[in-house]
Design a protein around this ligand. Structure first.
Ligand SMILES: C[S@@+](CC[C@H](N)C(=O)[O-])C[C@H]1O[C@@H](n2cnc3c(N)ncnc32)[C@H](O)[C@@H]1O
Length: 403
């Protein structure tokens, strides 16, 4: 596989520029971790052995690799998007990211007529770093009305992260902003507000396809003294349908081209549409429009693994200990959203989005504050460089949908 370089200082490092392992990677290779990985590999192998044709879809493999209770990558007790983890996301890089998103949310709240309560639902909330910096941003901006109106609801599959998040909200004196676990609003009571997803969609399981002899085939996972991929007839016509809906005609894909297709986008948007009565959806992630994602520059697809700030080109390596991701198809996200009554407002790069939202004013305000030390300022500046760099996080896409 010869994947395109990924952002070195962003969510995930680039294969061309792997991070030096500043973190105690030996700790993560502890016996306990490798036991967990072996146990998960054995479970997957058993599923493959008992499946017709002794193979499973890559989406099924990825689902268990990431979410298998207690064994999957996103079920682990350790927090991953940190300096000591496997990758660093924008909110973890510097809170100025969240402060700037807070500015955007203030504008959207005003646009909606300053409703109260105002729901802020975050998918893939992790331990709450983005949410806390957004609420801190509102405080910094003196947005007391919005701060009082906000009801924050994290959507997070890892119970360990939710415990961390609730603890951090309590420590920050913001526990009352949090929708209590198991409250009625967890059920189908749609909110007026904003739904956020930062580096969440790239974790949704993907199917893998390949063009062979001019035909679209699916790549399945089998076992041959290790996990291996085998081509076969697609498991579902949804795969070809998705490409067609994206405007990708069959002969547009090159012979031998490999691509990933995320069928999980539709159920995610079903959930989003069910939860949002009125307001906006802001999705930020690696990704492109379909013409670019499935174009000639990405003949090997965009699937990669990450472990200890290093790229693992073998997505089967150290299953359960390796983050597995694929770029998001923003054309599909937009079209599927529109079909659910979510109007597309803007699709921009992260750098355009942050600048338009007021990142520079945020930096100026930081500089002007008497409490800011030169080190604080330099830290914010270096974070901004990462967030805006078009070769790195700056080229992430941001899709805003409205209802
Ligand atoms: C790459 S981290 C990003 C965390 C945070 N949004 C950030 O930007 O720092 C992805 C987060 O999404 C969570 N996650 C992944 N798949 C999920 C799913 N299907 N439902 C809810 N949370 C999920 C993971 O547990 C993890 O906390």
């Amino acid at each position: 596989m010869t994947p395109e370089p990924r952002p070195p200082s962003s969510g995930r490092p680039s294969p061309a520029d792997p991070r030096s392992p500043s973190e105690p990677s030996a700790d993560r290779s502890s016996d306990r971790s490798s036991d967990r990985s072996s146990e998960l590999a054995a479970l997957l192998r058993a599923e493959i052995d008992s499946a017709p044709d002794r193979r499973i879809t890559f989406a099924r493999f990825m689902e268990r690799a990431l979410y298998e209770p207690e064994l999957g990558y996103y079920s682990q007790p350790e927090d991953r998007p940190t300096e000591a983890g496997d990758f660093l996301t924008a909110p973890e890089t510097h809170p100025i990211f969240g402060w700037t998103i807070a500015r955007r949310i203030e504008a959207l709240w005003a646009d909606l007529g300053e409703p109260a309560p105002f729901g802020l639902i975050e998918y893939g909330a992790g331990s709450g770093t983005l949410a806390l910096s957004i609420l801190d941003g509102l405080r910094r901006h003196g947005s007391t009305g919005l701060l009082a109106a906000i009801r924050y609801e994290p959507v997070e599959s890892n119970p360990n992260r939710l415990v961390d998040l609730r603890e951090r909200f309590k420590k920050a004196g913001l526990a009352e902003r949090l929708v209590p676990a198991g409250s009625p609003s967890d059920e189908a009571v749609p909110v007026t507000g904003v739904i956020l997803a930062n580096e969440f969609l790239d974790a949704l399981p993907v199917h893998r396809v390949v063009v062979r002899g001019g035909q679209l085939l699916e790549l399945f996972v089998t076992w041959r003294e290790g996990f291996a991929e085998v081509p076969g007839q697609p498991s579902t016509p949804e795969l070809a349908r998705r490409l067609a809906d994206d405007g990708i005609v069959p002969d547009q894909l090159a012979e031998g081209q490999v691509a990933e297709i995320c069928l999980g986008l539709a159920p995610w948007l079903d959930d989003v549409a069910r939860r949002l009565a009125r307001g906006y959806v802001v999705a930020i992630d690696y990704g492109y429009e379909a013409a670019e994602l499935y174009g000639p520059r990405r003949l090997a697809g965009t699937l990669l693994g990450y472990r200890g700030h290093r790229v693992r080109e073998d997505p089967f390596a150290e299953v359960g200990l390796t983050d597995v991701t694929a770029h998001v198809d923003f054309t599909a996200l937009r079209l599927l959203g529109e079909r659910r009554g979510l109007r597309s407002v803007a699709l921009t790069t992260q750098s355009e989005f942050l600048v338009a939202a007021g990142l520079e004013s945020e930096l100026q305000a930081l500089q002007a504050s008497p409490e800011t030390t030169p080190q604080d300022y330099m830290r914010a500046r270096s974070g901004i460089v990462r967030m805006l760099d078009p070769r790195h996080m700056g080229r992430f896409r941001v899709l805003t949908l409205a209802r």
